[in-house]
Design a protein around this ligand. Structure first.
Ligand code: PLP
Length: 390
């Protein structure tokens, strides 16, 4: 079979193997605890579902503007302005089919073959493959675990080359939950502007912030607006992963380029989902607060329990809904690496986690706490048992 060369540059994640093995065990009736999923375990809030049903009943089921309906784009920029003090206008906003599509379109619209894209590790798995797909070189920049995996301008400055086109930031981070300090973030934006490099900020977890920190978006720094691209998503904030609504806030030229691309590829995001998204952004926000309060409780619980396991270290995540413990102590006790750890944990204790190698660091595993307290309790007991039995 002859396939295009560009498709061979990317690969299906090795972590799929763990998911498949878990599926097989479940089919055999085994009680598997799943810490793998990167999606909320809550249902989509009622008011959002009702808005979608109303859209269907009102026959809002045809093509819309390629870049999303005007009222949704307006709702996105207005909410961003209210929450973060940014100053985007409708021509600086496009609606995409999920955050992933938003990010993919940015790579297509601004990155050339042979460019360097700086990706801080640990990183969300798709960034590297998006870079490879457009023929760019992913340059991995290692953040330090004992500094909570925080990204700094100084680290970036050393990694920049004349070929650097794009720098990725993802705060709060998937998988580590690390949050970049506000002042540091501004220094990073300043650096990008001074070197004429785009900063692509993936803010899909921007509302998942714990403790006393106030929500912050680098999009609020209007001075550096020409070099900042914000990719947002409704998937996690509103438990809407299946609805597929994401967006970009960026200079109008980039937005126009993305709309052009969408006009020849996907056309508009689903009309019904757009109406649901409009309700999500403009309707009551209680459900978001309730979900966050629950995540916050789980985070404290998981962190305490994980840290109590002999040989496990865990940096405190400031946001998102993951913890990223270092389990490398097990590598002295018969475990080869993070994939081997995950496979054996599943075989022996029936718990699914994502191996760190999927995120560019091999000493860790990712545990998602987007699952019930009961499941967390059961799964963490099993993880404890697994580590102490090695
Ligand atoms: N960015 C990060 C860091 C993610 O973790 C995810 C999903 O897991 C996405 C983007 C994409 O989310 P969606 O395409 O559902 O909006």
């Amino acid at each position: 079979m002859k396939l295009a060369e560009r498709i061979s540059r990317i690969s299906v994640s090795k972590t799929m193997a763990v998911g498949e093995a878990a599926g097989k065990l479940r089919e055999q009736g085994v009680d598997v605890v799943d810490f793998g999923p990167g999606e909320p375990d809550f249902p989509t809030p009622e008011n959002i579902k009702k808005a979608a049903m109303k859209a269907i009943q009102g026959d809002f089921t045809k093509y819309t503007a390629v870049g999303g309906i005007q009222e949704l784009r307006k709702a996105i920029v207005e909410k961003h302005r209210r929450d973060f003090g940014s100053r985007y206008d409708v021509p600086e906003c496009v609606v995409n089919i999920g955050g992933k599509h938003a990010l993919f379109n940015v790579f297509s619209a601004v990155v050339n073959e042979g460019d360097d894209v700086i990706i801080p590790t640990p990183y969300w798995v798709s960034f590297a493959d998006m870079a490879r797909f457009v023929g760019a070189n992913p340059i991995f920049l290692h953040t330090r675990e004992d500094d909570g995996f925080r990204l700094t301008a100084q680290m970036l400055e050393k990694a920049i080359t004349p070929k650097t086109r794009l720098i990725i930031s993802n705060s709060p981070n998937n998988p580590s939950g690390a949050v970049i300090d506000d002042a540091e973030y501004i220094r990073i934006a300043q650096l990008c502007a001074s070197r004429d490099i785009y900063l692509l900020d993936d803010e899909c977890y921007v509302y998942f912030l714990y403790g006393d920190r106030k929500p912050f978006s680098i999009g609020s720094q209007t001075e550096f607006k020409n070099h900042i691209i914000i990719a947002g998503s409704l998937s996690k904030t509103y438990a809407m992963t299946g609805w597929r609504i994401g967006y970009l806030l960026a200079p109008p030229e980039i937005i126009q380029a993305v709309v052009k691309l969408q006009s020849h590829s996907t056309s508009n995001p689903v009309s019904i989902s757009q109406k649901a998204a409009l309700e999500a952004l403009t309707g009551p926000q209680e459900s978001v607060r309730e979900m966050l309060a629950e995540y916050s409780k789980r985070r404290a619980f998981v962190l305490e329990r994980v840290r109590a396991i002999p040989g496990v270290k865990c940096a405190e995540p400031g946001g998102a809904f993951y913890v990223y413990p270092n389990v490398s102590a097990a590598y002295k006790r018969g475990i080869k690496d993070s994939l081997d750890f995950s496979v054996k944990l599943l075989e022996r204790q029936h718990v699914t986690v994502v191996p760190g190698e999927a995120f560019g660091t091999n000493d860790h595993i990712r545990i998602s706490y987007a699952t019930s307290m009961e499941q967390l309790d059961k799964g963490l007991k099993r993880l404890h048992e697994f580590m102490t039995s090695l």
